[in-house]
Ligand binder design. Structure first.
Ligand code: IPE
Ligand code: IPE
Ligand code: MG
Length: 241
């Protein structure tokens, strides 16, 4: 694939764990467990196919509204995932970046995340973004607060505020915008994921339930992306091929 047809940043809304479990006559948590295996596969597929940034939507600010037993099970799974995967991230030279409201996560998860981020901070070839307790509206509110405070302190002139400055206050300030957003399980919505950053992303809706997501489907998404024409408001004729 020519480099310009390869997305630099792929962001995935991993959906369908519950339905996968239901289809297999298993409890929802088993779907999440299989979902964690799919995450490992996907990470390998991204690296093998030259995608340098992968961001995975793992837990939204709205997901706290699920039954407490499911939330607890998800946090346990996340804890185990981080423990098991840290050596893999180091081996693969992948930098971990968490996006979302960190401090509202359970203490033990925060500790693991800090440890994993610190241990992988120096890697620059690959980045795994993990969206945890993430919501785009929350992110924008956090950015607006920081900007308002900077203005109040006289550090920023509101008249000079532009998107580049606003972007510096997003959780993803040190990541490129996603080129390709994938949502699995056949749903067609963004569910509060990277709303500003995805302004010009290509979207691939996959019918596959997340626990069944594999390299073949990842490649299907890359092929679909390569066939798209990103016009950014211009006419097709203006684009130089
Ligand atoms: C995605 O799968 C995982 C999370 C949102 C944490 P779901 O749990 O949403 O699966 P469905 O949508 O019920 O099938
Ligand atoms: C989106 O999935 C959030 C994550 C993948 C973490 P949901 O299953 O929570 O989204 P909705 O509720 O169907 O929109
Ligand atoms: Mg869902």
């Amino acid at each position: 694939m020519t480099p310009d047809k390869l997305p630099q940043h792929v962001a995935i809304i991993m959906d369908g764990n519950g339905r996968w479990a239901k289809q297999h006559g298993l409890p929802r948590i088993e779907g999440h467990r299989r979902g964690a295996d799919a995450v490992k596969r996907c990470l390998k597929a991204a690296q093998a196919n030259g995608v340098t940034h992968l961001t995975l939507y793992a837990f939204s600010v709205e997901n706290w509204n699920r039954p407490q037993s499911e939330v607890d099970a998800l946090m346990d799974l996340l804890d185990r995932f981080l423990r098991d995967q840290l050596p893999e991230l180091i081996k693969g030279e992948i930098r971990l970046r968490v996006i979302g409201r960190y401090r509202e996560l359970p203490e033990k998860i925060q500790t693991r995340l800090r440890e994993a981020e610190a241990a992988t901070r120096h890697f620059s070839n690959y980045t795994l973004g993990l969206a945890l307790n993430y919501g785009a509206r929350t992110e924008i509110v956090d950015a607006a607060k920081a900007i308002a405070q900077a203005a109040q302190a006289g550090e920023l002139n509101p008249d000079e505020l532009d998107y580049a400055t606003l972007r510096q206050h997003l959780y993803t300030r040190d990541m490129p915008d996603p080129d390709l957003v994938i949502r699995t399980s056949g749903e067609s919505r963004l569910s509060n994921f990277l709303l500003l950053q995805s302004a010009y992303a290509e979207i691939y809706l996959s019918p596959v339930l997340w626990p069944d997501f594999d390299e073949a489907e990842f490649k299907n998404a890359l092929a679909a992306y390569a066939a798209r024409e990103r016009r950014y408001g211009k006419t097709a004729e203006q684009l130089v091929h």
